[in-house]
Design a protein around this ligand. Structure first.
Ligand code: ZN
Length: 171
């Protein structure tokens, strides 16, 4: 396994729409393994392929938070098939937008269809943090960031801050 470099805002790759995984090959399993290791190292609770420069519909999540009780989950080609009318606000962050947090309101519960690493089709219903996380990561597969769900004023401020930081790092 390997820790992969993270793609950070304002890198335009974060706006790409990711490609379907297709057949689950050894390469896909390796990418998923590397993504999990990168996510645990960061540390974060979720990661999408494009955040490590892989433009494929792969999501890794572990919302267990405790190191002794890891529960890694891999979602290939995940699709939201149902969402609740009830919503909930949660303070979100993103490994591609380090040290920035903002409350985002999303459906409280979702049903997600996906394939596992054995290529088997599965469907789960999620609530709480897992529901938030799944929606946040599936957004990434479509080039959408959590800051797209906050006010334009706040978003412009964050974009500016990260554009400035990128310029400073490049200088
Ligand atoms: Zn994110």
């Amino acid at each position: 396994m390997a820790i992969l470099p993270l793609v950070i805002l304002p890198d335009q790759r974060l706006r790409l729409v990711s490609e379907p995984v297709g057949t689950v090959t050894a390469e896909i399993r390796k990418i998923a393994d590397d993504m999990l290791e990168t996510m645990y190292d960061a540390p974060g609770v979720g990661l999408a392929g494009i955040q490590v420069g892989v433009q494929k519909r792969i999501v890794t999540i572990d919302t267990s938070k405790e190191e002794g009780a890891r529960r890694p989950q891999v979602f290939l080609d995940p699709v939201i098939t149902w969402e609740s009318e009830e919503t909930r606000g949660y303070e979100e962050g993103c490994l591609s937008i380090p040290d920035y947090y903002a409350e985002v309101t999303r459906p409280d519960r979702v049903r997600v269809r996906f394939r596992d690493l054995d290529g088997r089709e599965q469907e789960i219903e999620a609530d709480g943090l897992l529901a938030t996380c799944l929606q946040h990561e599936i957004d990434h597969l479509n080039g959408v960031l959590f800051i797209d769900h906050i006010s334009k004023l706040k978003r412009d401020r964050v974009m500016k801050k990260f554009a400035k930081a990128a310029k400073r790092d490049a200088a």
